[in-house]
Write a protein that binds this ligand. Structure first.
Ligand code: HEM
Length: 211
């Protein structure tokens, strides 16, 4: 996953592709060869979607999103409690893009752009309440699943899985961190998805309800 998401200069200057200057193609080949060996070549061949693609696209993304959501909730107890009980800029300009242009959209930067977001890096889930903003690819300031014809086909599953996991963790457990909140490592590792640099460690304490 890490090699899949690496910045590759050959994506910007295709002329460099045969040279593979960062050795990314051979690293990726080694990773995929390993994966093929582990899965014994298993794949569900259908016309263009393979089981392996779905597996890769659908696992780390959801678990990773859940881990970050839990991290933020444990750092923001007020928000954690609230769980128990838009900016909408108009992007009307039309740009003509020549055929075959390769475009790289920096969704990460857009989602942190102070022109569209108040306190962009602050965990404020309520910013998504009481407005029309959604993640289905029509509001371009927020495109965690991409947009257009190649956008993520796993949204219905991802939405249900992540919501169910986070809701279950919040509803059924109190959580204790093994360190002070200020000591939480918020660094990430750049890969195909943005992993936490150190896994989230927290102790769940079951909440007994009489319901
Ligand atoms: C929180 C979870 C997830 C996130 C944030 C996410 C995000 C994304 C993004 C950003 C893309 C690229 C879209 C583009 O190029 O415009 C993508 C593609 C894709 N995703 Fe997801 N995804 C998630 C979960 C899933 C799940 C659960 C599945 C399937 C079980 C899945 C299957 C796919 C596939 C097959 C593609 C490639 C689509 C194509 O190239 O035509 N994803 N996803």
């Amino acid at each position: 996953m890490e090699v899949d998401g690496k910045f590759n200069i050959a994506d910007i200057f295709p002329v460099l592709k045969p040279l593979d200057p960062q050795n990314i193609r051979s690293q990726a080949k080694a990773a995929y060869d390993w994966f093929d060996k582990v899965t014994d070549g298993y794949s569900i061949e259908s016309r263009s979607l393979r089981g392996l693609d779905l597996f890769l696209a659908g696992t780390e993304t959801s678990s990773n999103t859940t881990e970050w959501a839990m991290t933020e909730l444990l750092l923001n107890p007020d928000m954690f409690s609230k769980c128990l009980t838009k900016p909408k800029p108009k992007l009307n300009s039309v740009n003509i893009v020549p055929k075959n242009t390769q475009i790289m959209v920096n969704a990460w930067a857009i989602a942190r752009d102070p022109r569209y977001w108040e306190n962009p890096t602050m965990f404020k889930p309520e910013r998504f309440l009481e407005n029309e903003l959604h993640y289905k690819g029509q509001h371009f300031e927020f495109i965690p699943f991409g947009s257009g014809r190649r956008m993520c086909p796993g949204i219905p599953l991802a939405h249900r899985v992540v919501s169910l996991m986070v809701a279950s963790f919040v509803y059924h457990f109190d959580w204790k961190l093994p360190h002070a909140r200020e000591e939480m490592d918020m660094n990430d590792i750049f890969g195909l998805t943005l992993l936490r640099a150190t896994p989230l460690v927290a102790t769940p304490i079951p909440v007994i309800t009489n319901a």
